[in-house]
Write a protein that binds this ligand. Structure first.
Ligand SMILES: *[C@@H]1O[C@H](CO)[C@@H](O)[C@H](O)[C@H]1NC(C)=O
Ligand SMILES: *[C@@H]1O[C@H](CO)[C@@H](O)[C@H](O)[C@H]1NC(C)=O
Ligand SMILES: *[C@@H]1O[C@H](CO)[C@@H](O)[C@H](O)[C@H]1NC(C)=O
Length: 218
């Protein structure tokens, strides 16, 4: 009789433990965050474990709206990232994303991102420079930014920085997008290094300066 009760007790205890384990289930993804450059926007997260059987489900919504919307191309995906460029294209809105993970045995709670503003949180790239040197000086061509950036900022312009032989810096402003700059007064057989920056005047924002590009004059 006493043995019977002890057995029963053990069975109840085991049952409770199993219920507790099921409730714990699967941890949600960690560090759900946006990464955005020139309005190419991705949401990324850290997998809760390195199991290869995990699948992720991503939803998004606009700040202030009650409804979450499935990101169609990010349902049951295995990579820990999702391209949200198409749904986060309105510069005046703020967005959220959330991610859920499921394994064959369980589904996690949702993990929420912080609020994302394409207008303020998307980084703007500096432009690429192409240089050529002729007898008459140095020609600088600026590769225009991607169409999404040009369309959203019709007033954007570039700053071009030149470091002279004596270390002094000169700068120019160039309108977007298909112009070239001719730098005269260059010494022969000297090295000139240039950098460029994208400026968005209405928003008082600018990109980082590009890496320096150098050329030896003719
Ligand atoms: C998961 O990571 C742990 C620790 O890094 C490692 O020991 C284990 O083999 C990994 N499992 C799989 C399925 O990759
Ligand atoms: C994300 O989607 C946009 C729009 O469809 C596309 O232009 C961009 O190249 C994609 N980015 C990546 C990293 O796949
Ligand atoms: C540089 O300019 C010269 C003279 O206009 C031209 O012949 C040459 O092809 C140019 N080189 C590049 C890399 O654009």
């Amino acid at each position: 009789m006493r043995n019977m009760r002890a057995l029963l007790g053990a069975a109840v205890l085991l049952g409770t433990m199993r219920a507790a384990l099921t409730q714990v289930g699967l941890l949600p993804p960690a560090q759900v965050h946006f990464d955005s450059v020139d309005y190419k926007t991705t949401v990324l997260w850290t997998p809760p474990s390195n199991s290869s059987s995990l699948k992720y489900f991503v939803q998004w919504k606009i700040y202030g709206e009650p409804l979450w919307v499935n990101v169609n191309h990010c349902q049951g995906i295995q990579k820990p990232k999702c391209n949200l460029s198409d749904v986060t294209s309105d510069l005046t809105e703020w967005y959220y994303a959330r991610v859920q993970v499921s394994s064959p045995a369980a589904t996690s709670p949702w993990a929420l991102s912080r609020r994302f503003s394409p207008r303020w949180d998307s980084k703007i790239s500096p432009p690429f420079l192409r240089l050529n040197s002729t007898q008459r000086g140095i020609t600088v061509r600026v590769k225009p930014p991607r169409a999404q950036v040009r369309k959203k900022h019709r007033d954007l312009f570039f700053k071009i920085y030149l470091t002279r032989e004596n270390g002094q810096e000169e700068e120019w402003e160039m309108n977007c997008c298909f112009h070239k700059l001719n730098i005269k007064n260059v010494k022969r057989k000297a090295q000139y290094c240039l950098q460029a920056q994208t400026v968005l005047p209405l928003q008082a924002r600018r990109s980082m300066r590009s890496e320096a590009v150098c050329i030896t004059s003719k």
